[in-house]
Design a binder for this molecule. Structure first.
Ligand SMILES: [Zn+2]
Ligand SMILES: [Zn+2]
Length: 397
């Protein structure tokens, strides 16, 4: 079996860098990735890959059959969207659109998968089918979920799916992954405490919703400390509080709003957080003579890597950069990722590729206005994808 190292893609590096910087310069946000998806579709078609467009509006799926017969199919997924953020970088390929920026490296993800697609199309020395899945709207809008709802896996059967994300602070071109839950479920919730309100000088005449709101904010951490099993992980954070108006500090408001985020790694803990937030809110509200209107929004599920596919991803990464640069047991991350929706439906694995920065003693993390994808790892990512296809569909499979 051929071992694909980044060096084998060196001839493509200048082209890939140009594609990446072009996409970076023209960032597009959720479900509006028209230009980006056009570039992706054009490139795939120019290499002879069958192109399907329109899933989740701007999604693109390229399908490539191997030279040898085989029934197995795998999906390789990259995200294409940018963030609503004003870029502060001043290089010549900085965003030309106000308040839009590729600050999460999806420009790099798209380019790495294109690099692999080009190579595989030129020498499809495998048995089976590869679907290159380019999805819109990863950032908060669940583009992966929408593609699935619109029939992604009905149209393109996948026996396994794989994803990759860059990670600033992880050494350039290193890989990190773990089997099982790797990223958290990301949910949001809100409680509106309702009382009568009234005159600030005469609180006994009514009920004050700021009192249960204040108690609730403290009690929330008791859910993590007393209800979640000590061997499990959860995060509850309050991110938004609102009651009353600035000009009326002598008025007891009639409503107090508390909103926040909930992170967890298992369906059980997720359900526990959902239930207990509501119970604690209702109990405290009742104790204060108020009512609590509670809502919990399930947004992204936990991202759970399957054991078998994680092993293959580790092997593919080791073939790419050497085993000493692959961490197969990386600590979990409390962030979330909508590739989790694909992993709910299909076995697969999601891996982090080091964007560098640690060597230089610091770096800008994703979502920073000074972040940039590291072009030095474009060929590493492309090589990883090709190694993975060889492991899944090549001679060794
Ligand atoms: Zn992001
Ligand atoms: Zn991202």
């Amino acid at each position: 079996m051929t071992r694909y190292t980044p060096d084998l893609f060196a001839a493509d590096h200048a082209d890939l860098t140009a594609i990446r910087r072009d996409i970076h310069r023209h960032p597009e946000t959720a479900f509006e990735e028209q230009r980006t998806s056009q570039i992706v579709a054009d490139k795939l078609a120019s290499w002879g890959i069958e192109v399907h467009r329109g899933l989740a509006r701007t999604g693109v799926v390229g399908t490539l059959k191997g030279r040898r017969p085989g029934q197995k199919t795998i999906g390789l997924r990259a995200d294409m969207d940018a963030l609503h953020l004003q870029e502060k970088n001043e290089f010549d390929y900085a965003s030309v659109h106000a308040n839009k920026m590729h600050a999460c490296g999806h420009d790099g993800h798209t380019t790495m998968l294109l690099g692999a697609a080009k190579h595989l199309a030129a020498s499809p020395d495998f048995a089976g089918t590869v679907h290159f899945i380019f999805q819109p709207a990863e950032e908060g809008e669940g583009g992966a979920r929408v593609m699935i709802e619109e029939g992604l896996f009905d149209i393109f059967n996948c026996d396994a799916v794989y994803g990759m994300h860059n990670m600033p602070g992880l050494s350039k071109g290193h890989f990190a992954i773990c089997a099982g839950p790797m990223l958290a479920a990301s949910d949001s919730w809100q409680v509106t405490f309702k009382g009568t309100g009234g005159h600030g000088a005469m609180p006994h005449m009514g009920t004050d919703p700021t009192q249960p709101a204040a108690q609730f904010i403290l009690a929330v951490q008791g859910i993590v400390g007393r209800n979640v099993p000590p061997t499990q992980t959860a995060v509850l954070s309050v991110g938004h509080i609102h009651a009353g108006t600035f000009g009326s500090p002598n008025v007891i408001p009639s409503e107090a709003l508390v909103r926040g985020t909930a992170r967890s790694y298992t369906p059980e803990v997720r359900a526990l957080l959902e239930r207990r937030l509501g119970e604690v809110a209702a109990g405290i509200a009742q104790a204060c003579g108020c009512e609590a209107e509670y809502k919990y929004f399930r947004r992204y599920p936990p991202l759970i890597n399957s054991v078998e596919q994680t092993s293959l991803a580790v092997e593919a990464a080791a073939l790419t950069v050497g085993r000493d640069k692959v961490d197969p047991n990386t600590p979990r991350i409390t962030g979330a990722e909508d590739f989790a929706f694909m992993l709910e439906k299909k076995p697969g694995a999601y891996i982090m590729i080091g964007n560098g920065g640690a060597e230089e003693g610091g770096c800008h993390y994703v979502h920073s206005p000074l972040y940039d994808f590291n072009d030095a790892i474009l060929t590493t990512g492309a090589a990883y994808w090709v190694n993975l296809v060889q492991l899944e569909l090549g001679d060794a499979a």
